[in-house]
Design a protein around this ligand. Sequence first.
Ligand SMILES: Nc1ncnc2c1ncn2[C@@H]1O[C@H](COP(=O)(O)OP(=O)(O)O)[C@@H](O)[C@H]1O
Ligand SMILES: [Mg+2]
Length: 357
Amino acid sequence: MAGLRVKNLKKSFGTNTVVDNISFEVKEGEFCILLGPSGCGKSTILRLIAGLEFQNEGEIFIGEKEVSSLTPKERDVAMVFQSYALYPHMTVYENMAFPLTIKKTPKQKTRQKVIEAARLLNIEGLLDRKPAELSGGERQRVAIGRAIVRNPKIFLFDEPLSNLDAKLRSSMRVELAKLHQKLGTTMLYVTHDQTEAMTLGEKIILLEGGKIQQIGTPKEVYEKPLNLFAATFIGSPQINLIEGKLITEGGKTLFQSERFSIELDPEEELKKYSGSRITIGIRPESLNPGDGPIQGYLEVIEHLGSETIIYLKSGDARLIARAPSDFQGKAGDRISLSVNPRKIHCFYNGTRISRQD
Ligand SMILES: Nc1ncnc2c1ncn2[C@@H]1O[C@H](COP(=O)(O)OP(=O)(O)O)[C@@H](O)[C@H]1O
Ligand SMILES: [Mg+2]
């Protein structure tokens, strides 16, 4: 087991720079998520770390050792792909044993390792089957098992759950979290799914366009997004963004849009932007039916059982708010919303200007 560190990593394909001066660290034993939309360079970063691709600039360290010029085998990392990449003509046992077989590991030891991994993944009963005789979830377990038997220093997962249906995905998420607790191995996990990132990760590295947008715990990136990209990419339903002007008046700091005015938390930092156009972000759970500054009309009501999500229109702005499960209301009703001023995120030119405790 070892930690991982990449420093000023850069990769271009022709003139297209897809990994742009990226630096981050994954601590020994940490479950770290690389999160970002499709095409932002996630797989390329994993491939660079695994040695399947070579960077144009920068360095990669596994533990204390620089591995940038080593072959994939010498790096001692195991990668699990979305596509499983199992050998169709081999049984589950043979697939899982494969990395040890090519290393000419003694049969007895191989057997022991395969059984151990199969037990961990609950697939002992499937060892004689061929991949075609397995469900998607079972195949993905086999692919993970094949990585486990290698006992790598680091696991790299590239969207391993993307091909599974929603229900299976959420149960596999729990399995993966348990697996990490049991193995304690350093894991770097790629996904475009913010829910997966929020639930699995101890640390999230958020990427867009080959650049890091924010690094933090799930709580930090959710509660203190550093820019509009981070604010909108994380959180479901999405954060509400409203444009307007920041003004200071009689000791108060106000946000004024076309339709309403909200008193903000009186932060010193915000006062500097008095008179400027800013964007505020309010998460749906911080916007609730009740006495407050925002008025609108209900458009759609979603009863989810444990809560109600309401969609409303306020002037030109469309907003999403969270309401209790017993919320009464129908499309067309007039409604007012209250906002917690401490939960308003302020951005100037796309960058966060409000702090949050
Ligand atoms: N071998 C390659 N040759 C040229 N362009 C590539 C190659 N691999 C990836 N790219 C490009 O690099 C960008 C990032 O790709 P990728 O790392 O696969 O993104 P992600 O995994 O985040 O979806 C994409 O625009 C993709 O088209
Ligand atoms: Mg990818």
